[in-house]
Design a protein around this ligand. Structure first.
Ligand code: ACO
Length: 335
């Protein structure tokens, strides 16, 4: 018999430094009005020099472990989703594992950009259901502020992103009377659009050198995004996969108590909710305060929902993403 998996703890951490739209407007040609109207973002958080991605991940993971009433030594495996790894290799998960002092447990990074956390949740769910591990820590962690072009040339991307981390503990649920469960997860990707939203260097595809002064001068180490194309795909794929996941769990859209969408753009999320006739009060957004934290957005949102009593035991919570790759995904969880 397969063991069901449930989320038993959540945590988040964002750096203290608040960067408001007006702060960016002092550094590039943009405005608070433009950013708010197009994206809904009012401010985001940036790390201070010296802070490492694993520091954010550690704080979020510690909060998740505390809420699950577990110690680091209780964890069997760490999965960390990121597109902004601490080093080219090894993954940020290894630096996190060291800080957790969790013993010689396996850890690995998962690269599926803004869909990375839901992909990680799917892997954690499969590990538990297969009996491979009983307790998996799944983390989303991003430090974007050191990898964006904070100038007028890079403004289309720079205004969108923020730093932060979120984490959950996924555990085996052996109690038949406990309905908490990761009910369904659906994952998709379309690699032919990989270059519509990507960072090209450093990368081993660049020969003979991964990075040269010329490439840096051409700003190829900063994200390149075809914003409108990404927007159009997001508002098509997110409703598609959300319907698929709700159907695979054999419930109706109306049965879902809370909808969490990836925090890339408030307009995308309003568009998706309108298309599916989801009432605004069933959607939670925090992009206004944190911007787009890629793989960290969904677990940060989930933690805020859990701690603000927006989630009660037995509720159905849906998490849906779209991001670079292109990658998109949806998960449905009985809380
Ligand atoms: N401030 C002021 N003006 C700006 C800014 C800015 N920050 N950025 C662009 N502009 C200008 C452009 O130069 C352009 O000027 P022009 O008309 O003189 O040429 C004008 O504003 C309109 O630009 P568009 O790019 O067409 O603006 P759009 O309405 O598409 O909004 C946005 C841009 C907000 C980025 C939108 O396209 C979007 O949200 N796309 C999706 C982003 C997304 O979902 N990313 C996926 C997740 S990220 C991940 O997975 C890593």
């Amino acid at each position: 018999m397969t063991t069901r998996a449930k989320i038993t703890g959540t945590g988040m951490y964002v750096p203290e430094r608040v960067v408001k739209n007006d702060d960016l407007a002092a550094l590039m040609e943009t405005s608070d009005d433009w950013i708010r109207q197009r994206t809904g973002i009012e401010e985001r958080r940036y790390i201070d020099p010296g802070t490492q991605p694993a520091d954010l991940a550690y704080a979020a993971a510690s909060n998740a472990l505390e809420s699950a009433k577990l110690k680091p030594s209780d964890i069997d495996c760490v999965i960390l989703a990121t597109l902004s790894a601490q080093a080219d290799f090894p993954g940020t998960s290894f630096f996190l594992q060291e800080k957790l002092d969790a013993g010689e447990i396996p850890c690995f990074d998962l690269r599926a950009q803004c869909s990375g956390f839901v992909y990680s949740l799917s892997v954690a769910n499969s590990f538990v259901r297969a009996g491979t591990f009983r307790r998996v820590l799944a983390v989303g962690c991003e430090v974007h502020s050191t990898g964006i072009d904070i100038s007028t040339e890079g403004r289309d991307v720079a205004v969108l992103f923020g730093d932060g981390a979120g984490a959950v503990v996924v555990e085996a649920n052996d109690d038949p009377s406990d309905p908490s469960e990761i009910l369904a997860v659906n994952l998709h990707a379309e690699g032919r659009h990989a270059k519509r939203l990507w960072v090209e260097i450093p990368g081993s595809g660049n020969t003979p050198d991964r990075i040269t002064p010329e490439m840096l001068a051409q700003k190829r180490h900063y994200p390149h995004m075809e914003g409108r194309f990404v927007f159009k795909n997001a508002v098509t794929r997110m409703p598609e996969v959300l319907r698929e996941t709700v159907a695979s769990a054999d419930v109706g859209l109306d049965d879902v108590d809370l909808f969490l969408f990836h925090q890339a753009n408030l307009r995308i999320n309003e568009f998706v909710a309108n298309q599916l006739e989801i009432p605004a009060e069933k959607c939670l957004n925090n992009i206004q305060r944190y911007g787009n934290c890629s793989a960290a957005s969904i677990p940060i949102l989930l933690d805020e929902a859990a701690r603000s009593q927006r989630l009660e035991p037995g509720n159905l919570v849906s998490m849906t993403t779209f991001g670079s790759g292109f990658s998109w995904s949806s998960a449905l969880v009985r809380w």
